[in-house]
Ligand binder design. Structure first.
Ligand SMILES: *[C@@H]1O[C@H](CO)[C@@H](O)[C@H](O)[C@H]1NC(C)=O
Ligand SMILES: *[C@@H]1O[C@H](CO)[C@@H](O)[C@H](O)[C@H]1NC(C)=O
Length: 234
């Protein structure tokens, strides 16, 4: 009897060890896949060494090359609470699901509008974040900075009117009507009340939702004018 009990325990331990080993292996594989994917994800094309005068190629999967003094951008919101958003600026993917640097709420990239240098990026957790800190982050963005935003999952749980007003101050006109689980993508300039043309909103509506409980993904792409040093756009 005793012998059988010991045998059972040993058997259980072996099974646990094997399962753990398999799980670890598949995590490794997942990691490898992720690395490969993130490599592919980088928006780069191999230069064609044969052509002498290379024609500039469109950036961020746009269909055309942006005119001078413009930055290519492509912003995609999250899909439900499953696939994270993606923000590409001037040919580089700054944030994406594959890069594993996105999160629920507002995914924000702040760029110096004059020279196109990415100043900071990250996500503001609009479900579990601290309202005071989020408002401070938004109000601290310097005038003239280009602000790129993509929603993921839900961006309204702790969104206050004060925060909405900050986005209005960056040129948003749709932020006031964004509700629970809506999708929203936006590009604007801090410190300008001028309405931005770079903005899209998808409404969470059971009749039209693509995903159960969430609307379709929204995306915007185009050429964003550089901020001139005097704060005006070209
Ligand atoms: C953006 O970069 C320009 C040029 O380097 C610099 O003069 C300016 O202060 C920067 N703007 C902000 C808001 O940091
Ligand atoms: C706002 O738009 C007006 C009219 O298009 C333009 O003259 C002005 O320079 C813009 N202001 C900023 C800060 O971009």
């Amino acid at each position: 009897m005793r012998y059988r009990a010991v045998f059972k325990i040993v058997a259980v331990i072996i099974v646990v060890l094997i399962t753990w080993g398999i799980a670890n292996n598949s995590f490794d594989q997942l990691e490898t896949t992720r690395k490969i994917l993130s490599f592919i994800d980088v928006d780069q094309r191999k230069p064609n060494s044969r052509t002498v005068a290379k024609a500039p190629e469109p950036k961020c999967s746009l269909s055309r090359v942006c005119p001078p003094h413009h930055f290519a951008l492509h912003i995609t919101s999250g899909a439900a609470n499953v696939v994270g958003p993606k923000i590409c600026f001037d040919g580089k993917i700054i944030m994406s699901h594959v890069f594993n640097n996105v999160g629920p709420g507002l995914n924000v990239v702040v760029v110096n509008g004059t020279n196109g240098v990415v100043d900071k990026f990250g996500y503001l957790n609009m479900k579990l974040g601290i309202k005071k800190d989020i408002l401070a982050y938004l109000t601290n963005i310097q005038p003239g900075m280009i602000v790129l935003v993509a929603s993921f999952d839900d961006m309204t749980t702790i969104l206050t009117n004060e925060m909405r007003e900050v986005f209005v101050g960056m040129g948003s006109s749709l932020i006031k009507s964004v509700k629970h689980r809506d999708n929203w993508v936006f590009a604007g300039i801090a410190g300008t009340e001028n309405r931005s043309l770079f903005e899209k909103h998808a409404v969470n509506d059971q009749k039209t939702n693509i995903y159960e409980g969430w609307p379709d993904v929204v995306e915007l792409s185009g050429c964003f004018p550089r901020t001139l040093t005097d704060g005006q756009t070209t």
